[in-house]
Design a protein around this ligand. Structure first.
Ligand code: G5P
Ligand code: MG
Length: 215
């Protein structure tokens, strides 16, 4: 089973991706995590992506698509993938469909986490991420047991460089003007499932499982 998590910045893609990957033994593939890793390692792709990332703009398609196609090479019949943050526009969605078809694979379901803009802003300004593996916390709704330290691997928690006021607004503008159109694209394919993403993390997860026929 191959899944896509579609949703605005702060809708809970990363949070639900971790839960679903564990539940269904899927390979998590988060485009933002790939970029942050590449930037931290200073690879050529990371260096090219950095200015776009820091502005909150989409990284050019050819760069992003190249990184994702590389990851798809690990995909086998036995072990599906869960995509978080990719695709974000029609070019990316078309490339993904074409590549999967060449591999005799397809996307099974696209889960759209629907959350209103005001709540997204609140969530992102309270978000902290762990340095080692990107585990996600929220100072108000999902705090770590020890402030500043990841419960799971003990590494330091930090705020992302693109989680500041103006950049958050800019990223959300791009989502609502560009990426949201993909809900129509996948609805036409009969693959779209819309879930109310305003609930607790556990309730959102349960709603997804119900929609996948796995609850
Ligand atoms: P990213 O890294 O993909 P965004 O901006 O798309 O980043 P983001 O911000 O990572 O998405 P998310 O993963 O949807 O949001 O949200 P999350 O981290 O799980 O949760 C946010 C907060 O809400 C947390 O504090 C969490 O605890 C809380 N929370 C989560 N779920 C729930 C819930 O159900 N209930 C409650 N109450 N709270 C919850 O992309 C970064 C940049 O990389 C580039 C772009 O520059 C982009 O800006 N990029 C691409 N460029 C081109 N093409 C692509 N495909 C690209 N992908 C990335
Ligand atoms: Mg994320």
């Amino acid at each position: 089973m191959n899944l896509i998590l579609l949703g605005a910045q702060g809708s809970g893609k990363g949070t639900q991706s971790a839960l679903l990957a564990q539940r269904f033994d899927l390979e998590p593939c988060a485009s933002g995590d790939l970029l942050r890793e590449a930037m931290a390692q200073g690879t050529p792709a990371g260096q090219q992506a950095r200015p776009y990332y820091e502005r909150g703009d989409l990284v050019p398609d050819e760069l992003m698509v190249g990184m994702i196609l590389e990851r798809l090479k690990n995909l086998t019949d036995a072990h599906g993938i869960i995509l978080d943050g990719f695709p974000r526009n029609h070019v990316q969605a078309d490339v993904l469909d074409a590549r999967l078809a060449e591999m005799g694979q397809a996307i099974a379901r696209v889960i759209y986490l629907e959350v209103p803009r005001a709540l997204l802003l609140e969530r992102l300004s309270g978000r902290y991420i762990c340095r080692a593996q990107g585990h996600v916390y929220n100072i108000k709704t999902n705090p770590p047991k020890t402030p500043g330290i990841c419960d799971i691997d003990g590494s330091e928690l930090y705020q992302r460089s693109d989680d500041t006021g103006e950049k958050i607004q800019h990223r959300l503008d791009i989502f609502f003007s560009e990426t949201l159109q993909l809900t129509d694209y996948y609805a036409r394919q009969g693959k779209l499932v819309t879930v109310d993403g305003t609930q607790s993390i556990a309730d959102v997860n349960y709603a997804i499982l119900v929609n996948l026929g796995a609850a």
